[in-house]
Design a protein around this ligand. Sequence first.
Ligand SMILES: [Zn+2]
Length: 114
Amino acid sequence: MHELSIVASLFEILEEKAKEKKAEKITSVKLKVGALSGVVPEFLETAFNIYKKDTIADEAELKIEEVPLKVKCEKCGAEIIKNDYVFICEKCDSRELKTLAGTELLLEKIELEV
Ligand SMILES: [Zn+2]
């Protein structure tokens, strides 16, 4: 479960940010998880809840926004949300697709209490 190591580095960032802002605690953490990021949101949440005990984010709520895979066809310009991960344009059958979103794993927002 590589989500654990992701959460470990996430907490390094959280503690750094909290120190920076002289915060007492972190109340909420929002992540953006792309469909192709290789991270399972459920595992991430479980790992987060295990890891947060006795940290500055002890009472923090984790919010995960799942980002679907979005591609753009280089040939006809269509922008398509892909649920099937088949890299073929539905409009013109081209395989020249560019990924616009869905591979990201981002720390979107942290709420702190000072
Ligand atoms: Zn196309």
